[in-house]
Write a protein that binds this ligand. Structure first.
Ligand code: PEP
Length: 253
């Protein structure tokens, strides 16, 4: 009942030319599945959103941004608001990606405001959660993800939370070539769904898509997708290669 969802996070990669070529290649190879048996989104850097939107306009691939500011407009030099992202064609936005948490230093409270701002601005946030390797080694994985979920969604009504997608992305698996085993991922996805059911209700929790992210490759996608609570994949490195990303999309159908 939850349609699979595969999103590609291009991070700070591509340029105008390679980005539009990549989008075109993905769109043409997924015509028969994208938006039908699987939802697909790509998240290019801000400056290429509009160009990529142009390429995707005739497709059923959605556009996402990698970040959003907490205010909608005003004197916030360098920031981008939700209405601007909507204006250039974004449907989704990543909030709290691990690189923003751990490289840029975003705390849970800021991420919570970004999730709220995204929803108020008509975007569908993808809230990323996941533990560091030291936290896993100290058996703190569940505690960390529980805190990130609770703080990330704080103050949001059930109606608002129904617009959210969660991405469980263990930080030690992002960009490292290490992937959580399907069993490790399923265990955390089940926890995320349980937290949603406890905080809101079972029906809402059953309707929310929970993506797995962390070095997903064509060879690992199908096994991950076979898990009961894995509804899709958030893909970084492999989303920059059209053949690999298309193979991952097809494995998720
Ligand atoms: C990501 O950027 O969210 C990600 C999961 O990256 P990678 O697939 O490269 O690990």
């Amino acid at each position: 009942m939850r349609k699979p969802f595969v999103a590609g996070n291009w991070k700070m990669n591509t340029d105008g030319h390679t980005g539009t070529n990549l989008a075109e290649a993905i769109a043409s190879a997924t015509v028969e599945v994208a938006g039908q048996s699987v939802d697909v989104a790509v998240c290019p850097p801000f400056v290429y959103l509009q160009a990529v939107a142009g390429v995707l306009s005739a497709s059923h691939i959605a556009l996402g941004a990698q970040d959003v500011y907490i205010e909608s407009k005003g004197a916030f030099t360098g920031e981008i608001g939700a209405s601007m992202l909507k204006d250039v064609g974004c449907a989704y936005v990543l909030c709290g990606h691990s690189e923003r948490r751990h490289v840029i230093g975003e705390p849970d409270e800021l991420i919570n405001k970004k999730v709220a701002a995204a929803i108020s601005g008509g975007l569908l946030p993808i809230l990323c959660v996941g533990e560091l390797i030291e936290e896993r080694q100290a058996s703190r994985t569940e505690e960390v993800v529980t805190r990130q979920m609770k703080n990330g969604l704080a103050g949001l009504s059930a109606e608002k939370v129904s617009a959210v997608t969660i991405a469980y992305e263990p930080v030690w698996a992002i960009g490292t070539g290490l992937t959580a085993t399907p069993q490790q991922a399923q265990q955390m996805h089940a926890l995320v769904r349980k937290l949603l059911a406890q905080t809101y209700d079972g029906q809402l929790a059953e309707g929310i898509r929970i993506l797995y992210g962390g070095s997903v490759k064509p060879g690992s996608a199908a096994d991950l997708m076979r898990q009961k609570d894995i509804d899709g994949l958030l893909v970084g490195g492999a989303s920059l290669n059209a053949d690999d990303f298309v193979a991952i999309i097809k494995a998720a159908v």
